[in-house]
Design a protein around this ligand. Structure first.
Ligand SMILES: [Zn+2]
Ligand SMILES: [Zn+2]
Length: 648
């Protein structure tokens, strides 16, 4: 593919520059060599796929001449930054297309987002046919392989160029004195921009407009803007794969499935607070039961601590300083209380409630209490982003030596837990952030422990420098669902700070007082998020042990109804969830309804079955039914539910 680069003019005092590459290789090149040429020369990992470059940690155009010694790395679509550059470049292309069709449209800004990009325009209300025209213009530009060419202007040149666009004039006025103003030309279209961008429009072959909407500006007196949203990919094939995945994801949207299966709902009067319906509570209770079995086997105790604590508790824990903005606060009798965003403080207070001995350690305290976090209303999303939730949370108080074996046990449990749901998982080790509590040496020690356990366990993991919590480094658990989408669930944090801040002590075998270390951990994460992810993962076909109803008995005619009811009673006596339906509707309609509700097991009882004491069993996902005696059927279903087999 010919990805031609813009011609670059340069002047340099140095005859040559020394460039370092990510693999440690170095090259001496003549000064003014472009980043593209330097990467081509090097030809290391990512060089061919580079759409921009990182120069001493700053993203630059591939056409940028290198005029000093420094570190150069390729940026590709696989990198977050590279991806953002391609999204933002796509936004330019949209602006170009719109201005070609509506010359009086005034572009404002076009940033990348979490999942694509948008561009806001000061323009008359748009119509679907405007978007068609934009799409056609974009196609033309992509075929013409137009370059993104950077020009640097003086302030007055820039002001002249954008004289008719007050938005751009405001941006120009905001450029700090002494900094250059840059514009990028793409064909005949020029946009004010800091850059960088992809080299040519050929890189935007997989661009796709998702839609448009009117945007109310923050300043209510300003005119409404029109926002065009889209997403970009380097190739058409990548776009097609994305659109296919998106259609599949939409069909599995947990908000839709949650309503259809009557699991949960939301009301405007409590935004972000899930309302669990009877069916949903069954799922939550089964998950709790699953987790509790592990807790019992692994020597945990369960506790319940207050939902609210006075401000002073959070001052001690550090939440007041670092997390206050994300907490719900309440005034009671002149004191400020905070709704707990995490269970840690309550567990610390229990540990501190009396003198402790080393013989009590490890002390494992689990708590399934509702937690509250003040998520911005714009970010709320079904069950995956909520303001009230319950975690499979626990705090493990250990001696320093006990931390490692304890975390090893946790990784084993994670493996078994996610295998039960057929979810792939991996770990991310997040280390000391810019704002942190305690001494750096202690952080180093905790980070080293976590990394040692990860390495020894053979688990897949990567390191995210600076992404740890403010009080501890952590291992975040990431899962991948059946559509290949990543989700973060649980976390394991190794904390030396909070026990110190709460003044926790235990008497060691030496008779002296020592400070314990705390492992904070959740594995499945929150019930809310986990149920949301799981519903999409299985497209609503919950495994039988989690299904709100496991068996539906369908009598062929009214005279078979007593046999159906008798079977339901037998199933219920064994702790299984079953119901029987009446005979008002046709048999095929009733079978169809049971299928639509994703019932794991459907049994039909007619003359033959009643006479033989058998059932005609239809397992979810199968078109055939088979005959089983009633005891066989009961044993079959009980066994699968007890073993938490994945599907019917
Ligand atoms: Zn730009
Ligand atoms: Zn905690």
């Amino acid at each position: 593919m010919n990805r031609s680069l813009a011609p670059v003019e340069f002047v340099s005092d140095l005859p040559s520059v020394r460039i370092r590459f990510p693999d440690g290789k170095e090259a001496t090149l003549s000064s003014g060599t472009s980043a593209a040429e330097a990467l081509r020369d090097w030809d290391g990992e990512g060089a061919k796929a580079a759409l921009a470059a990182s120069w001493n940690g700053v993203a630059i155009d591939l056409a940028t001449p290198l005029r000093s010694d420094g570190a150069l790395a390729p940026l590709t679509f696989e990198d977050r930054v590279g991806r953002d550059i391609l999204q933002h470049s796509s936004a330019h292309l949209v602006a170009k297309g719109l201005v070609e069709n509506i010359p009086e449209a005034r572009p404002t800004h076009g940033p990348p987002t979490e999942d694509g990009f948008y561009y806001d325009f000061d323009v008359r209300p748009l119509t679907p046919s405007d978007l068609d025209a934009v799409r056609a213009a974009m196609e033309r530009s992509i075929r013409a392989r137009e370059s993104f060419v950077r020009r640097e202007l003086t302030r007055s040149e820039a002001e002249k160029l954008f004289a008719t666009n007050p938005h751009k004039l405001r941006y120009i006025s905001e450029v700090p004195e002494g900094e250059t103003v840059s514009v990028y030309d793409t064909g005949t279209f020029t946009d004010l921009c800091r850059g960088p961008h992809v080299p040519t429009t050929e890189w935007l072959a997989g661009v796709h407009i998702l839609g448009f909407s009117a945007i109310t500006p923050e300043d209510a007196t300003a005119p409404a803007l029109q926002r065009i949203r889209g997403i970009g990919f380097p190739t058409r094939a990548q776009l097609d794969a994305y659109l296919k995945m998106r259609a599949e994801a939409e069909a599995r949207d947990h908000r839709v499935l949650g309503a259809k299966l009557e699991l949960f709902t939301f009301v405007d009067e409590a935004p972000g607070f899930p309302i669990w319906l009877p069916n949903g509570m069954i799922v939550v209770h089964e998950l709790e039961r699953f987790v509790r079995e592990h807790l019992v086997a692994a020597g945990y105790s369960e506790i319940r601590t207050p939902l609210m604590f006075a401000q002073s508790v959070y001052e001690t824990s550090g939440h007041w300083e670092h997390y206050r903005d994300d907490m719900f606060l309440t005034e009671v009798e002149g004191r400020t209380f905070g709704w707990k965003p995490m269970n840690c403080p309550g567990s610390m207070l229990i540990f501190r409630s009396r003198a402790r001995s080393y013989r009590e350690l490890p002390m494992r305290l689990a708590e399934f209490a509702p937690l509250h976090r003040l998520e911005a209303s714009g970010t709320l999303h079904g069950l995956t982003r909520v303001r009230e939730f319950v975690q499979d949370d626990a705090h493990i108080f250990v001696t320093e030596e006990q931390a490692e074996p304890e975390i090893r046990t946790l990784l084993d449990w994670i493996g078994r837990a996610f295998a039960t749901f057929r979810l792939e998982w991996s770990c991310e080790l997040s280390t000391r952030p810019a704002k942190f509590l305690g001494a750096p040496e202690v952080w180093d020690k905790a980070e080293a422990t976590l990394e040692r356990v990860l390495r020894a366990s053979g688990v897949r993991y990567r390191v995210s420098p600076g992404e740890g919590g403010f009080y501890a480094p952590k291992i975040d658990i990431h899962i991948r669902d059946s559509l290949g989408r990543p989700w973060q669930t649980g976390t394991i944090q190794l904390d030396y700070q909070m026990p110190l801040r709460f003044g926790l002590e235990y008497q060691g075998p030496d008779g002296q007082l020592h400070t314990p270390v705390v492992v904070h951990r959740t594995i499945l994460g929150t019930w809310e998020r986990f149920v949301g992810v799981l519903l999409e993962h299985v497209a609503g076909r919950l495994p039988p042990w989690l299904a709100p109803l496991q068996v539906r008995a369908i009598p062929v005619t009214e005279k078979h109804a007593p046999a159906a009811l008798g079977l339901v009673e037998e199933l219920r006596a064994q702790g299984l969830r079953a119901d029987a339906v009446g005979t008002e509707e046709s048999l095929s309609k009733r079978v169809r309804n049971a299928e639509v509700s994703r019932m794991p097991y459907i049994v039909v009882l007619g003359d033959k079955e009643v006479a033989e004491g058998s059932v005609a069993l239809r397992v979810r996902g199968s078109r055939e039914s088979r005959s089983l005696s009633r005891p066989e059927f009961l044993a079959y279903v009980s066994e699968r539910v007890r073993k938490r087999d994945f599907d019917a």
